[in-house]
Write a protein that binds this ligand. Structure first.
Ligand SMILES: CC(C)(COP(=O)(O)OP(=O)(O)OC[C@H]1O[C@@H](n2cnc3c(N)ncnc32)[C@H](O)[C@@H]1O)[C@@H](O)C(=O)NCCC(=O)NCCS
Ligand SMILES: Nc1ncnc2c1ncn2[C@@H]1O[C@H](COP(=O)(O)OP(=O)(O)OP(=O)(O)O)[C@@H](O)[C@H]1O
Length: 331
């Protein structure tokens, strides 16, 4: 199963991308839909919201007055926290149930507006960020959703900055032109990256070396090394350390945050070493590395000590090597 986290600021165009990915065959799990279900009439979630915010947050028919609650929570960070604490765990449980029912070889896309804010990026094979300038997003909210400009600005202020979201992105879809362009970029992402990534994971093999890399705009832009380390840290047994390899590909700073197209190679290459402490099992560490999206690249022990395992990314857009080594016994 290839797990994709789809995110973007409000009105960036996530729903457009999500629908297209579902049309192409992905299993879609929509957090906004689950968040609505979590506070549906008669739910324990709605009872908890009423307990926290009072009955004046209900409509005459007993359902949640969403505009009223929105006005309240987007003007008050503490109130927003209280609402999030009620809704987010329920959304998480409902999402887990849906994902548990997805077929083994599926591409599962979780559309999560607050993916970065809630620190969930590392649990995905691929984080896809739909990005658009704030001014464009405000115009869309005002023109298409009839929102007051000040309300739109407050919602943007309640979310992660564009910069923080882009740091978490493995792939970026820029939505600053028409919907047709966004759909075409989504199709290219599906065909050149998602499908081969899914097939590589299912086959337990890394991406082919030397295949054409997906084109500009589809690779993440910032901090590849950090993203790889976070994905590995999220799954490795306790005590394992993820270190950048020495040398130009893995050295700290080699992934240039100001990288532009002319130095794109820096953005798509990284090399890390997983050091497994004596208390942990190197085979379990290798399995975890595989699950995170880095299958074995040849048999364990090839070219190193007997228990050294080489892994490489199944994602065809990046060239990431992960070497799993037992910690040398201390003298
Ligand atoms: C405050 C509520 C009632 C307002 O409802 P409304 O129908 O006006 O908006 P809707 O739910 O369609 O959300 C629209 C967009 O607002 C943004 N947004 C919603 N909740 C939040 C939040 N807690 N923090 C930041 N942005 C948010 C997202 O970009 C979302 O896609 C509602 O958004 C809500 O219950 N929010 C808390 C749950 C939540 O975090 N949902 C987001 C995904 S889990
Ligand atoms: N490139 C575009 N040009 C014009 N309108 C667009 C474009 N992309 C999206 N839209 C419109 O802007 C609005 C917001 O898009 P969409 O609903 O996909 O955003 P979203 O990221 O899912 O928002 P939310 O966070 O509120 O769920 C929609 O009305 C959509 O049709």
């Amino acid at each position: 199963m290839l797990r994709i986290g789809l995110t973007g600021g409000i009105a960036a165009g996530k729903s457009v991308v999500a629908r297209r990915l579902a049309d192409r065959g992905a299993v879609l799990v929509d957090s906004d839909v689950l968040a609505r279900a979590a506070v549906a009439p008669g739910s324990d979630g709605l009872a908890a919201v009423v307990a926290a915010f009072g009955p004046e947050i209900l409509d005459a028919d007993g359902s949640l007055d969403r505009p009223a609650l929105g006005r309240l929570v987007f003007a008050d960070a503490a109130a927003r926290e209280r609402l999030n604490a009620i809704v987010h765990p329920r959304v998480g449980a409902a999402a887990a149930a849906l994902i548990g029912g997805a077929p083994e070889g599926a591409v599962v896309v979780e559309d999560i507006p607050l993916l970065v804010e809630t620190g969930q990026a590392p649990r995905f094979h691929l984080v896809v960020v739909v990005d658009a300038p704030d001014t464009l997003r405000i115009d869309r909210m005002v023109d298409r959703r009839g929102m007051e400009r000040a309300d739109a600005e407050r919602r943007i202020a309640a979310q992660a900055s564009r910069h923080d979201r882009l740091r978490a992105a493995d792939a970026v879809l820029v939505n600053d032109r028409g919907v047709e362009e966004l759909l075409a970029a989504t199709d290219t992402l599906w065909e050149t990256r998602i499908v081969p990534y899914r097939d590589n994971l299912a086959g337990g093999r890394p991406a082919d070396r030397g295949v054409a890399r997906p084109t500009a705009g589809l690779a993440g832009t910032l901090g590849l090394l950090d993203r790889v380390r976070a994905k590995l840290d999220a799954v490795l047994p306790p005590g394992c350390r993820v270190l950048p390899e020495e040398g130009p590909q893995g050295a700290p700073g080699a992934v240039r945050e100001d990288a532009r197209d002319d130095v794109r190679e820096d953005r798509v290459r990284a090399a890390v070493r997983v050091v497994v402490p004596p208390a942990a099992d190197p085979a379990a560490a290798s399995d975890a590395v595989t699950r995170a999206g880095f299958p074995p690249d040849g048999p364990t022990g090839a070219g190193g000590t007997p228990s050294t395992a080489s892994h490489r990314a199944a994602d065809p857009a990046v060239d990431v090597t992960v070497t799993v080594v037992p910690e040398p016994a201390s003298a």
